[in-house]
Design a protein around this ligand. Sequence first.
Ligand SMILES: [Zn+2]
Ligand SMILES: [Zn+2]
Length: 281
Amino acid sequence: MQIRFWGVRGTIPTPGPETTRVGGNTSCVEVITSDQQRIIIDAGSGIRLLGKKLQNESSSRIVSTILISHTHWDHIQGFPFFLPVFGRTNRIVLVGQKRVDRRLEEILAGQFIEPYLPYAYKSLPADLLVKEVQDGETLILGDQTKVQVAELNHPGGSLGFRIENEGAVFAYCSDVGHDDGLDENVLKLAQGADLLIHDSHFGTMEERNRYPDWGHSIWLEAAQVAIEAGVRNLGLFHYSPDLTDEQVEAILEKTREIFPRTILAREGLEVSLPLGADLPD
Ligand SMILES: [Zn+2]
Ligand SMILES: [Zn+2]
């Protein structure tokens, strides 16, 4: 399984000289399975460049599944700028939370209305299929890939995913806060994973305690989950827009003191699971 990070930032894109090494685009991760299926997790601003790459590389139809953890803006804001939605022959399956109050398709389409955007969701030429899922569901993609879905502790809810493909396990828990003890569903999804991507929004404990309702974690909690769930490797992710490269890199060092096999999800980083002995910086 190949993993590539196209957006690693939380809340809002943060371009600028202080974020060039870690990256400023919001959540988007590309997963290529052993049978060459493409799964995209989240459609933050990072998905724009992924869309350009797909458009440039593909001579025929683009088919992909986008797993949407939740519809907070930093996880869907890139979708209107994902070039494959403009290709008549492309097929995109959007998978996200089933809610009682509103349909997922309606929420996604809500980004495409005047005066925010000059084109409507209904006018997109690609074949878009929306699938709503809930806690505990398992999706089978192709012959060799299983995706387990669980609801995480986050305002309005957020889905975490566990992708299993040919013996490799990738867990994605982007937006989650731990209140009384560690979130059980995160532990379940992460159990024994080759790589767990975990919310590492806050830089300091003081900040984490000041905003307990935000539904986010500090790197320390990510490390605690990694230990408790027995993961092989931990990837820090969804950094606060206030954190500079220097601060995020300092967080990596601190996390490695507790959980040595930790990496930083950086924009552009590509890893192959299972990870080798040497970790990327
Ligand atoms: Zn977020
Ligand atoms: Zn969120």
